[in-house]
Design a protein. Sequence first.
Lengths: 395, 365
Amino acid sequence: MSDLEEFRAEVRAWLEDNCPEEMRQPLASDAEHVWGGRRWQFSSEAQRVWFERMVAKGWTAPAWPVEYGGGGMSAGEHDVFKAEMKRINARSPVSNFGFWMLGPALLKFGSEEQKREHLPEIARGEIRWCQGYSEPNAGSDLASLKTSAEIDGDHFVVNGRKIWTSYADRADKMFCLVRTDPDAKKQAGISFILLDMDTPGVSTRPIQLISGESPFCETFFDDVRVPRANLVGEMNQGWTIAKYLLTHERDNIGGEPPGLLKGRDLAQMALQAVGADDQGRLDDPMLRSDIARLEIDAMAFRALVEQTRAKAEAGEGVGARSAMLKYYGTELNKRRYNLMMDAMGGLGLEWESEQTGGGRYAREWLRSKGNSIEGGTSEIMLGIISSAVLELPKG
Amino acid sequence: MILDEEQQMLADLSERLFADKASVDTLRAIRGGSHGADYDTDLWQAMVESGLTGILVPEAHGGMDFGLVSAGLVARETGRRLALTPFLSTAVLGAIAIGRAGNAEQQKQWLGPIAEGALIVALAVDESGKHRPERIAARATAKGDAFVLGGEKTLVLDGPNADLFVVSALHDGKPALFAVDAADAGVTAEAVTSVDTRSMANVRFDNASAQRLDAEDDALDDVLNAGRAMLAMELVGLSRAVFERTLAYLSERKQFGMRIGAFQALQHRAAHLSVEIEISEAMAFQALAAFDAGVADASQQILAAKARAADTARLAAAEGVQMHGGMGMTDEFDIGFFMKRARLASELLGDANFCAERFARARGY
């Protein structure tokens, strides 16, 4: 048996023994996602047990080095691990922006001290991170951000305002882009800092979306003192880290559909809602056609995702592919939710009812509209493709 | 999927061969009647010499015995260079039909000559203007050890040059495949020049002598799927070529004192198109690999690939003409040839609507 196959057998046996049955089904809703953090409350015993066992194993961050609290898996082992998790539909035991974004950033740009301080905390699910990027006047044009950090002795003094901070009201810490040189060219005066949300002067206000939910906040900074040791990378070099992380974020957003449709077959949902004709075909030929085209595009999109992954693993540069995946994946997801609403008819119109779990169809449909805005709008992605891939002339 | 070493070598070989031998000038010469044949005989000869005509023929019959992924690499070049050859009809449809459905003797009789370039085969399936392979009126009746076949077929690609027809016909009310010698007195092929200068025919069979090709029940499905997969790759190659030309034009043409490629209205359309092309190519390769591996849903993947590649190619050609402005409407520019080729390749063996409908059916809705 090869080493990898031996590893697979070990992982499989351990997961069989340790993953509770309740944790082997897709999330029924986003509310079942385990975010972790100082104030986290598990909603079930199975959630807690699964979390604690995986933390003890270091498998919440399987590919991070062991000395930083990770699982120390090689790329090959990590693939095996993911496949084995997927095989039993195991849920992620805990995840938040610390795993997705800050971890990769610290591993690449952080000092040894920062890695030792923050990575194990993240891996143990003790700290829930949020991301402070966008500002009211710095959305697509992120580099024009104005939140300032002025040096005062051993501290930065931060003033300004962030917006679209995901779950800032529930996060423990934030990684944040701040302006440290107001006179430099806009990308050149930005730094990447870490701050605790409990620091005096930090306040948050949730923003209610068209879906009725409030996953995003505004965050205000009023003379917030942040130790200078919390600067990641070089002073005024934060844009490099931000760009690196935006690529990461795009990969996440362009992937599998979230929420209601995750792992569910749109055509089967439509068959249930609309019914079938005497030959078993969806009893609405126009909707059937739209669903077939969507499924074809989804199958083809997955082929591109797979191909991109295979190329990356083979060490080929995949360049601005992430912009392509982000653009197409999010547009596809919006189409998918539109079709779900077309199929659901009256059920999709309910906003507060028991049978729809509080209007989940309508709310998730509305929420999906943000997919092509957050993490870089579709128009920004098309711009990146035009310049970085197609090398079209600049205006 | 990504190409293995052997496939990458074949991709490089095909690219060089087509860059060398195939040109739009030949297409123009064929259209004008000055080439001396209605397909590119020089290119075909070069393909024979490189063994590409035997790409799907088993080694025992002198072929290379590669899979559809490899054949697709060649098909992509035929689309990219607007090459007019009987590659699809003979080296793919003919070789697979005889390889899958022919008995040992039939394979021996025809597969060797296909690999050697000594036999041109044409598939005669459709009987109406839209591809509906299950609608068959042609009939075969037993006569001694053999059969006689009667019926009319249309959209027969490379029909005017065929030495052998592979024909679908009913026998005892059930569809089956038959082989008919083009020289048989009961065969009349009426040449039809298509919009993209490909050689097509309407073929009439009137008590023509036929042999049955009957090794497998689902052989026709396999043949048609292989053909659709090749057309998907041809359409992908075509999309790439027309897009490259369009990008070059956007980067050089000036209006309002600037290069038109700097206008965001055009940039975003070009960027969108580039994504469509990447996705359709990834889908096509994945479908071909699925066919080669005998994956259960390979036929669904091929239907998806053909539907998508057809839509993409038609978008690429339409955007190509539009972005070339008035020049895109001229016969002098090559762009129009891509639009014509995309039209035909989309239609053959099932257009995007046909493929999407079959896809839905196969998925159970």
